[in-house]
Design a protein around this ligand. Sequence first.
Ligand SMILES: [Zn+2]
Length: 259
Amino acid sequence: MSFKVYAFTCGWLTLPTGVLLEGEKGRMTVPVPSYLIEHPKGRVIFDTGLHKELQSDPAGRLGSMAKFQTVGFKQGEEIAGRLATLGVAADKIDFIINSHLHFDHCGGNQQLPNATLLIQRREWEAGHNPELIEKVYYNPKDYDHGHRVQTIDGEHDVFGDGSVVCIPTHGHTPGHQSLRVKVRGDEMVMTGDACYLRRTLDTLHLPTARYDADQMIESLKRLRKLRDAGALVITGHDPEMWQSIPQAPALLTPSLNAR
Ligand SMILES: [Zn+2]
């Protein structure tokens, strides 16, 4: 297996713009990204998108969160469906890396039964702390499916060669992490919700969806440094930027060489 990276859109969410940019009015429709990284030593999914049940019963699945957001999610857009279009069986994924445990980042975990879940220890603990489950909007139904769990403290080099590295970017949630991928001289960073929109890297305009504002600013500054050093920083829910990201079956990497 040669080193390849693919991007998928696993549905869309429409929500108040203020959730992404504190104080702003209106509503915004944003993509739910997911990534497949094929490394010679194993297949990784970074963020698994939405739970399939959201295709048939969004209100039931979202509960109180259905009041402020709607879901656009068609059959085939779930992670197993997206993988199938590449001929990759969902039970052949070796690692799930969740940036964090919100429903639009780990809802597809259940479809990848044989993967080991790589997650920051503080995020996993927060996701099992009854007080934080309510406060941070976690739903254990999204992530408690009996996966083998490997908890991480800080940076973690997944394959030991520097090509796929989890980097701590706490703040949006207690143990949020981003993913740095280096392939053939190119570097990209998938931020998850450490940074919703590309312009947030410059403005540091925070979302209301945050657990710790100071930590979030620190994380944004870390991501900005990586961008300034030449990495393509792919932010979590930016509809404009997402248009420029090639979707599977196109490879994500060649575009980096041409940009
Ligand atoms: Zn989130």
